[in-house]
Design a protein around this ligand. Sequence first.
Ligand code: XMP
Length: 515
Amino acid sequence: MQHELILILDFGSQYTQLIARRVREQGVYCEIHPFHLSVEKIVEMNPKGVILSGGPSSVTDEDAPRVDSDFYDNIDAPILGICYGMQMLAIDLGGKSEPAEAREYGHAKLKRLSGKTSLFKDLPEKLDVWMSHGDHVTELPEGFNKTATTGEVITAIENPERQIFAVQFHPEVSHTPKGKDILRNYLFDICGCHGDWTPKQFIEEEVEKIKSIVGETGKVVCGLSGGVDSTVAATLVHEAIGDRQICIFVNNGLLRHREFEDTLKLYKDKLHLNVVGVDASKEFYEELKNITDPEEKRKIIGRKFIEVFDAEAHKIDGDVEYLVQGTLYPDVIESVSLRGSSVTIKSHHNVGGLPEKMNFKLIEPLRELFKDEVRVIGKDLDIPDEILQRHPFPGPGLAVRILGDITPEKVELLQSVDKIFIEELHENDLYNETWQAFAVLLPIQSVGVMGDFRTYEKTIALRAITSTDGMTADWARLPHDFLAKVSSRITSEIRGVNRVVYDISSKPPSTIEWE
Ligand code: XMP
């Protein structure tokens, strides 16, 4: 089925994905593509509307990113320019944008000008909006009206005849409280969307698609990790082909306390997945012996995982042509790089490498979805909150939370400490307030006192962060009394730990994990 489509052309703004999420929240499907998508391709996609995103460049730069020169004449769908998008379209259509005297960043009060404008329909005369720009429009292109200002600055313009609208502020951020209404006016009144993007429909369509790809007898294999994405992907595929999907859940010995046993049970008893649990802890510990370098740990774990998975997949009777992966939309958006390629900070591993190594074709039922949408789909598929609300957990697991070499004893100690921290977070309704929370075992010992005795024992660092996507993060302001309780439980219940510290670093400059 063809959905109504809103196309977002990305000029490199940090908020582009947020625009997409705001559009989808209103039940309208949208896709992000780089700004240089050809006009021919855009016409072929037949969007109901095209949004031009913000971006870090100055429109006055010679090499500033631009849409093709014949864009405006060939696109019939209503256009909405946001920030950089507004400045660019103003220049492209014969107006002027210039650097402002000072960069405007943060809250501003917008005043609507009289006259009818469908973009601000039913909204108050004055609005709080969020600005982040260096340039601004100083001269309107022919046929355009000024529809709002903030002080001297032109904040919104439109050409109703050509159905081109533009705003200087960011309607997609939460600091623009009426931003959602502005986007709703654009989507429904201006573009004429109906909102045909619903979880139920997504599931139905995806199930049909998977059925037709795999056929009547085909088999697929799926690697489960205990996390949200692989679980939702597998459950969706299960709806389509049942037990012809064989799931493999590997215990690398680096999972949380009882996670392997409990999640395996949940997969089998609650979600009725056809799943094989493989306990390969010993093999992983063997390979990780005396390894201290974080990147080397990651590589070993990645390689070993593929070996174990490969061996298990070969035991399946009959031909397995497909591999199910929980790839999400942010992983497949072609990113606009205006500042050169980015460097690798950490080599992340999930089940990467498997398709090449084993010659699989891929089934990626979540590749059109954002994480929050995956949770909604998961809820519709009756996956318990215990999985859907679970914090992200790195592929290499506790290996990157045990600084230095890894032994089964250290893993067990960290599992017990982590369990206390997570238990208390749940108990105090703080688990969902944090994006990720965990304990780190440090490779140092420090002096303490217990009873009348001097101790010289291990140190635990607690890390809890808030974030929206893990790209940036802030340390969570957990209540002092809560931290006191966790610290006291750890030092009294866990032998060998006499000190607990709380990590108060943000990302950047730190990363979320310690390795
Ligand atoms: P960092 O530490 O890079 O973490 O700030 C960002 C997010 O990624 C997770 N992470 C990983 N996930 N394999 C994964 O699958 C990895 O090697 C890995 N390293 C970090 C981390 O837990 C956080 O959510």
